[in-house]
Design a protein around this ligand. Sequence first.
Ligand code: BGC
Length: 782
Amino acid sequence: MKRLLTGLLFIICSLFFSPAGAQVYLDENMPIEQRIDDALSRMTLDEKIAVIHAQSKFSSPGVKRLGFPDLWTDDGPHGVRPDVLWDEWVQAGQSNDSCVAFPALTCLAATWNPEMARLYGTSLGEEALYRNKSVILGPGVNINRTPLGGRNFEYMGEDPYLTSSMVVPYVQGLQSKGVASCVKHYALNNDEEYRHQVNVKVSDRALHEIYLPAFRAAVQQGGAWAIMGAYNLYNDQHNCHNSILLNKILKHDWGFDGVVISDWGGCHNTEEAIVNGLDLEFGTWTDGLTMGRTNAYDSYHMAEAYKQLIKEGKYTTKELDEKVRRVLRLFYRTTMNHHKPYGFLCSEAHYDAARKIAQEGIVLLRNEKIETRNGKGAASLLPLDKSKSQRILVVGENAIKMMTVGGGSSSLKAQHEILPLDGLSRFLTGHDYILPSPLGEGLGVRLDFARGYVGDTIQTFDGVSTGRSLYETRSQAELTAEAVEKARQADVVIFFGGLNKSDYQDCEGHDRKRYELSYGQNELIEALLAVNPRLVYINISGNAVAMPWANKVPAILQAWFLGSEAGNAIADVLFGDVNPSGKLPYTWFRQLEDCGAHALKAFPGEWRDDHKIIDEEYKEGIYVGYRWSDLPAKVKRSMASPSLKSQISNLKPLFAFGHGLSYTSFNIENIVTDKMEMTATGNMTLTVSVKNTGACAGATIVQLYIRDLKASVDRPVKELKAFQKVFLLPGESREVTLTIGRDALSFYDERTQEWTAEPGDFEALIGFASDDIKEKVRFELR
Ligand code: BGC
């Protein structure tokens, strides 16, 4: 009896007073899956329900009783968003939540440098850690299907291979800091207008070949810990609880072990959410308590309603436990990881990273020779010569507009943002631009500015204000007259135009209404050209725009939304301290109709009679971007309905996918393969010699495209399957080796629902852009 009592006492003591080691869920030496089992076994139904939905705008609760802290998420993807109030979108007014704004993801993609993506991820991770954010809502990897896409600036272009190559190191870099990447918006979120109502109809082939690869790479190669369901519908079911996308593809086929988080307000149905793979619900009734409910969060689909269904016996806790298991896994990877570094906000290293990424992403689209001012010969306008005495006139609102504020959820409170005009001024004088020009004639470069047009003067978002007024009282005629008059006197005119992240101008919530530039920019450019053809056009945007004047403007630069270091990076490139090496991550069509989705009138879809759902059929299928422009006209016409056939254009893009110039020149030669026949399981290695044939150091990107010469299905003319960025000194040459495997030759076979590589002949095309192929070699897959 005494023994029995002692035994009982021991069990009771070890239950209540055991050291942490005995509590498996807290024991860091135990495998995570066992810790999860233990934690799960200790949780009550209420605690389980609590961890699968939000408790505030950006946080969900942990399990306080067991020592799991709250989970804080934050946007994403270009910097850590400032804090909002618990239940409002309004700023919390913290004084320590300014951040470094990194360049928008289109710019990152334009670096074609996975190391820049890793640097981006690690830097952002450090900022997030300091701010105690465990999940960053990004990166976005939706495909640029149309240049009207309002959020394309947050994504990485049109090509699945490029996007996949860039998302993996971003995710790995971020998560190396113990901060989860929530890759978004899964999937087919290619429209902003009516984003909650668009029902996408797309072929399985296009889904798997174009729209899913980057998500798959993020999951399988990057090891993403979270993924965000998109607002739109696919196959008549909202993507946040879409059985095909979540249960079948993501969790079953790809083996995703992380958490599916709903986009904010993207969950619409409790039972679908229960059975179709949503794990964590955020933002339903995104205006929170202002809806008048006493506790909006209890009214979430995965809150009281779910609990009730369990209590009624309609569901067991089977699905719930699976969701909680995933959430706990996320806790162990983030909030419960006690070996994370402390983090660092606004460090010099982060500014350096932002500047480096911006410098590498800027794309020199055009740099034609033009007659010199003194009429002695012709020369390119760029790079500008800072040592030469000259009058530089800067025109355009985008030279003085902050771009980190605006655009929707990616809007930031940047600790600083160097405006383009200030960047140029700092480069020349060491300080910001002060009106009027600080430099007198004869003292070197004279920098002057004319506003030229008025675009968006608001400059605030969700309570973050730039603190600068762009208010303007002069009429357009007066602004034009001033700019033209100053341009007449200038040696070179630099026009900063493009889009500006206000509504319909590259901004969440709306797609662009037109491909053309707004605010009379085209007319202004023509007026400037009439008095001074020495014009550099710098386009600020995340999308292509129509440039009807392109062949009259000698130099064109694509400078994206570059973040904190925008002006510095632009000046570095304009004055040649940095040789541009960015390449376009999407096709720059001459006109909207040259893009497949528009040529086939397959955007933005058709409303159903009840006006609740808009069906959008991706009629162009796999032919997105250069895959469409590459097609012969007759193939394009065969895809068009009779009424559209005659209108199908066959214009070459203004600037092709992969295009980007340099201040030096490069040559590719001597393509050598390690074999002429590839086996189903083997790889093939291609080596080329790349030489810098110009006078200054620089980098280029060797791009490898694959063409399937004969297949049982239609295949694109070519597809990007490998690339490498190479930095070379003048005269230097280097061997670049690119390796491809069977996946580079495969297509998604809709009959077998598998990736297939058919034996036969292929061509490997190597060059500097999709329209600049220098070498090719034929080989066979056995
Ligand atoms: C956006 C997401 C964002 C979320 C939270 C949504 O409206 O679509 O990309 O992460 O809000 O701000």
